[in-house]
Write a protein that binds this ligand. Structure first.
Ligand code: AMP
Ligand code: FE
Ligand code: FE
Ligand code: ZN
Length: 279
């Protein structure tokens, strides 16, 4: 069984439709895929139809944008009820704040570069969660950056003049909301220090006490030392250990199935989540 529990489609900052992503996952030899677009469940229905047609297991998930006292962190929620009003409101608030933030960043960039909001919006699928990757794609198309990574390292960097923050819930609150919605909360890439500051182990201990289910350990943004430390912490706190690609289509070098999750861990997640795995 090859199980990849963290991927993105064009419903957030991936570059493929949910159906294309599922077809690619099938071609890559995966047995189970989780679709985890940022702050949305809008891709679930299309992905579910495609997964049933391809004979692939689909875990419906969301990567929830959060903050831990000012540090940006991502929480994966698996198999939660999309109709849960409190969690849906958190996600809607993040999407709307992200939208205003992306417009503000484009306004700032437009003072120095030739680009428009319409071009940025056109990079994202309908109803997609808009983020810096979509702005990056326009900067690349316009020839201001070689690829997304170069745009992130320069014009879109948090310390740069064009960066604008967006509102996200505190991660402890997000864990509680995910649990209340029947979801299984897993901390995404907890030590990915290339993306910015990371939380202390105390924060992870607090989240475990609040009901966090697992840590995403096997991820390309972790060093071997990060993985060893996280594995030890997961053992101590009785947390599940997952691995995943964080695939973004052509938007990042990450390849489907480059890291995977053990079948026993997947079974635990499937058992704890309120929704069924689509098969
Ligand atoms: P945002 O959430 O809008 O601030 O943008 C962060 C998103 O951009 C993350 O979800 C990543 O998927 C993506 N990202 C972060 N760093 C890079 C990078 N160096 N190259 C491409 N995508 C990136
Ligand atoms: Fe992303
Ligand atoms: Fe993430
Ligand atoms: Zn992700």
């Amino acid at each position: 069984m090859r199980i990849d529990l963290h991927t993105h489609s064009r419903v957030s900052d991936g570059t493929q439709s949910p159906a294309e992503l599922v077809a690619d996952a099938s071609r890559a030899g995966l047995d189970v895929l989780a679709l985890t677009d940022h702050d949305t469940t809008a891709g679930w229905a299309e992905a579910a139809r495609a997964a049933q047609a391809e004979g692939l297991g689909l875990v419906r998930g969301t990567e929830v944008s959060c903050t831990a006292g000012g540090i940006s962190v991502h929480l994966l929620s698996y198999l939660h009820d999309p109709a849960d009003a409190a969690l849906a409101e958190v996600l809607a608030d993040s999407r709307s704040s992200r939208d205003g933030r992306a417009r503000a960043m484009v306004d700032r960039l437009a003072e120095d570069f030739d680009l428009t909001w319409a071009e940025v919006a056109a990079q994202a699928g309908p109803g997609a969660t808009i983020g810096r990757p979509h702005i990056a794609d326009v900067l690349v198309a316009r020839g201001y950056a070689a690829d997304r990574g170069a745009a992130f390292a320069t014009m879109l960097a948090p310390r740069g003049p064009y960066y604008v923050r967006y509102h996200a819930p505190e991660v402890t609150e997000a864990v509680e909301r995910v649990l209340a919605a029947g979801g299984v909360p897993v901390f995404a890439h907890p030590r990915a220090s290339t993306r910015g500051r990371v939380v202390s182990e105390d924060v992870i201990r607090e989240l475990a006490a609040a009901g966090l289910a697992g840590l995403e350990v096997d991820h390309r943004d972790h060093t071997e030392a990060d993985k060893a430390r996280l594995r030890a912490l997961a053992g101590e706190l009785d947390l599940l250990v997952t691995g995943a690609s964080d695939y973004h289509g052509a938007g990042k070098p990450n390849r489907l199935g480059e890291h995977t999750t053990a079948p026993e861990v997947f079974e635990q997640i499937a058992e704890r989540g309120r929704l069924e795995v689509v098969r």
